[in-house]
Write a new protein. Structure first.
Length: 311
């Protein structure tokens, strides 16, 4: 038994340096993106991560054209931050909702990135790895960038947790209390951009959207407190990153899809089996009806005078 576990879990990390680097990167990205996913889910802005991640492709191409392979990450970060800022600015000044400005900007920037690739045809860019990641190919420079970006994002969220909490749940109250909500929006998009660029090598631009939504959505099925939600989401991200990495190694599948599939499996389990999930909610409703003294009174079973379900 121990031999089998050792061969599956210990030997790959002990024998291969790329597995050690990949495990560290997957852990950092899983935790960082999961913490931010809680804020996205609470604010109902899941499309924001999608928008910035698609725009990063343009930054990858521009960075490569200017500085070669060494310029890719810098270009990606610059375009990500500028796109996030542009989305925030357009949303604040346009007469339509935020999802419309996101849709306009991410489709235009993504199309521009693809157009540049089709014209320039840069040989130093592996489009498949850019879009879907390659955690087993994480190098020392990628690992440093991932660690610095992830640490910075987590530190800012931790220090400003109360401000982020109030801003996320009640932005109008936050504004009334004197908080600079517009500055918070720009700061949050900058943190999101850093997390997306850090995830570039691990899960890629397309699949990072899943890691910015699924862990937070999973945690929201377990708890409604933001602090607890972030802890649960970080656990989901950690398990998804590590398990997906081993699955990618042993099954010879792309690392990004493997990590996202594990996260999706976690969501499905929680969605059906958690106390606030499908089964838990059904059992809770049946229990309330079964033990309600008014159950024999007719069609108003389990309802209060105002028509709402009893707690």
């Amino acid at each position: 038994m121990m031999g089998g576990i050792g061969e599956l879990l210990i030997d790959p990390v002990a024998q291969y340096g790329f597995m050690r680097a990949g495990l560290i990167a997957a852990t950092i990205v899983g935790v960082t993106s999961s913490v931010l996913s809680c804020l996205l889910v609470v604010r109902g802005q899941a499309l924001l991560g999608d928008a910035i991640s698609h725009a990063v492709l343009l930054g990858v191409v521009l960075g490569y054209l200017v500085g070669g392979e060494l310029g890719i990450l810098g270009g990606a970060m610059l375009v990500a931050v500028l796109t996030g800022a542009a989305i925030t600015y357009v949303t604040q000044h346009a007469p339509f909702r935020a999802d419309t400005s996101m849709g306009v900007l991410f489709t235009v920037t993504f199309a521009l990135g693809l157009a540049l690739i089709s014209v320039v045809q840069p040989r130093g860019i592996d489009l498949f790895h850019v879009l879907f990641g390659n955690v087993l190919g994480v190098g020392a420079r990628d690992l440093v960038l991932t660690a610095v970006s992830g640490g910075m994002v987590l530190a800012v969220v931790l220090v400003g947790f109360r401000a982020f909490q109030l801003w996320s749940f009640d932005p109008q109250l936050a504004k009334a209390m004197g908080m600079r909500t517009r500055t918070m929006e720009y700061l949050f998009t900058a943190l999101l951009s850093a997390a997306i660029v850090a995830s570039l090598q691990t899960v890629g631009l397309i699949l990072v959207v899943a890691m910015l939504v699924i862990p937070g959505a999973t945690a929201a099925m377990v708890t409604s407190r933001l602090s607890s939600m972030m802890v649960v989401a970080a656990g989901v991200g950690l398990v998804s990153g590590a398990t997906g990495l081993y699955g990618s190694f042993h099954l010879d599948v792309a690392s990004g899809p493997a990590i996202v599939l594990v996260a999706g499996a976690c969501f499905l389990v929680v969605f059906f089996l958690a106390p606030r999930g499908v089964v838990g909610t059904a059992l809770s409703a049946r229990t309330r009806v079964s033990f309600d003294p008014s159950a024999a009174s007719g069609p108003d079973v389990g309802m209060r005078d105002d028509g709402r379900m009893r707690e």
